[in-house]
Design a protein around this ligand. Structure first.
Ligand SMILES: Cc1ncc(COP(=O)(O)O)c(C=O)c1O
Length: 439
């Protein structure tokens, strides 16, 4: 049976009795043999499962987005004013937070929050290494020490089981990251924080409208931070926000982000512009529908991928009522794919028309960490023992393994239809069934 003679729909139909449904019993070799279905992988010159693209990003339209931006342009008021204030009010309402402060970036939101919570020189901050560089660099930029807590390979999130062992008298804060928009185990993290009198700063930079027990990510800790950079689900090119419920704390954040005005403390400048807020207000109108679509497609896709040998979709913690899926991750086991390394699998998947990537690298081993710890400033700020303690925490074996086995799909793919999800599963099923061609 030559897949080249099939349209995608026919291929899926054929393989629903062969490759794909074969996958259902995790006894693919036997069933595949029974179905007699073999296809040339696209990476070997066969016909791809899919030739059409997935939705592009960002999404905007003439009627909703353009007039908002033009109106700011024509007003002549371009730096922070009424439009930013309107965005802050609406975003706080959307999240169920009392207050929101808009900033220039997610990074400046995190820096503002750390300063506001008084975290700096002498402090240790617990953070997981499976994240974007900024989650860790902001801790060092604030003069504090990032103490790595290993990743839970099943969930891709910081492992609360390993958290308490890392607490010392210098620990001041926990910085859980809802990476890929998958909610971290906030109930356990908050319980640990309460027990040890720590503050919790959520890095929700990828978790717009993700929820745990119906409560939005970013509102579980003392403060939550968001990014609105170009790839993000709520975007204005570059932008960020801090959310919180404590007026005194939020007043300090407002002051810090505006040179310390209105207070007596040192400040910086990270004020959002009216243009950024205008785009965000237009984008916000689509966020709920898009978030729900990604969530429903992800749940559907997980059920399909779970049935394919060698593919282990991420696990969601109990209590997750919605994940945001900035990326959709799963783990790949080469043993079930004829020993083919992950890169070969990703290349084969791309050739079948499914864009994918290997996710994050080993941030715990990133050179900038040692470079900063051995810098003149950090040597003046910390004793050798404190720096060595921080260095020792970069050993995160579960994270290192995860970084070599993860495969991810961009959020764009989840904005498609159920049939698009079928294509993703069909492509992986086809590669599995024809895995000897990966050699
Ligand atoms: C988890 C995480 N934290 C922080 C940031 C920093 O946000 P920004 O790029 O808006 O500064 C990002 C951005 O990608 C992120 O994904």
């Amino acid at each position: 049976m030559d897949a080249a003679r099939f349209t995608r729909r026919q291929f899926v139909a054929a393989t629903s009795l062969g490759s794909l449904a074969a996958v259902a019993g995790r006894s693919v070799p036997a069933r595949a043999a029974a179905s007699g279905v073999t296809s040339k992988l696209a990476v070997r010159g066969g016909t791809p499962v899919r030739t059409k693209g997935f939705p592009g990003w960002p999404i905007w339209d003439k009627d909703r987005d353009e007039p908002q931006v033009v109106s700011v342009l024509r007003s002549g008021v371009w730096s922070r004013s009424k439009v930013v204030a309107e965005f802050e009010k609406k975003y706080a309402e959307l999240l169920g937070a009392k207050r929101c402060l808009a900033t220039t970036h997610g990074t400046t939101a995190l820096l503002t929050a750390l300063n506001t919570l008084d975290i700096g020189v002498g402090d240790e901050v617990l953070v997981g290494p499976y994240t974007f560089v900024a989650s860790v660099s902001v801790i060092l930029l604030s003069g504090a020490l990032p103490i790595m807590v290993d990743t839970d390979r099943e969930t891709f999130l910081v492992n609360p089981e390993k958290m308490e062992a890392k607490i010392t008298p210098n620990t001041r804060a926990i910085l859980p990251v809802h990476i890929y928009g998958l909610p971290a185990d906030m109930d356990r993290i908050n319980a640990i924080a309460r027990k040890h009198n720590l503050v919790v700063l959520e890095d929700a930079c990828q978790a717009w409208l993700a929820e745990l027990n119906g409560k939005k990510c970013g509102t579980h800790g003392n403060l939550g931070c968001f990014s609105f950079q170009n790839s993000k689900h709520l975007t204005c090119g570059e932008g960020g926000a801090v959310v919180g419920n404590d007026d005194a704390v939020m007043d300090r954040a407002v002051s810090y982000h505006n040179f310390g005005h209105g207070g007596s403390r040192l400040g910086s400048k990270c004020r959002m512009t009216e243009f950024q807020a205008a785009i965000l207000l237009a984008q916000m109108a689509r966020l709920e529908e898009q978030t729900q679509r990604r969530w429903e497609n992800a749940v559907y896709l997980t059920a399909k991928l779970r049935e394919i040998p060698g593919i282990t979709p991420h696990r969601l913690y109990d209590g997750v009522t919605r994940a945001a899926y900035h990326l959709y991750p799963f783990r790949y086991d080469p043993q079930e794919f004829n020993g083919a390394p992950r890169d070969k699998f990703i290349a084969a998947l791309r050739a079948e028309g499914i864009p994918s990537s290997g996710g994050y690298g080993r941030l715990n081993k990133a050179a900038f960490i040692e470079d900063t710890l051995s810098s003149r400033n950090f040597q003046r700020m910390y004793s050798r023992d404190q720096l060595d303690h921080c260095r020792a925490q970069i050993e995160c074996p579960d994270n290192d393994l995860l970084c070599s086995e993860a495969v991810c799909f961009s959020q764009r793919l989840l904005l498609g239809t159920k049939e698009d999800m079928d294509d993703i599963a069909a492509a992986i099923g086809k590669i599995h069934e024809n895995r000897e061609q990966l050699a």
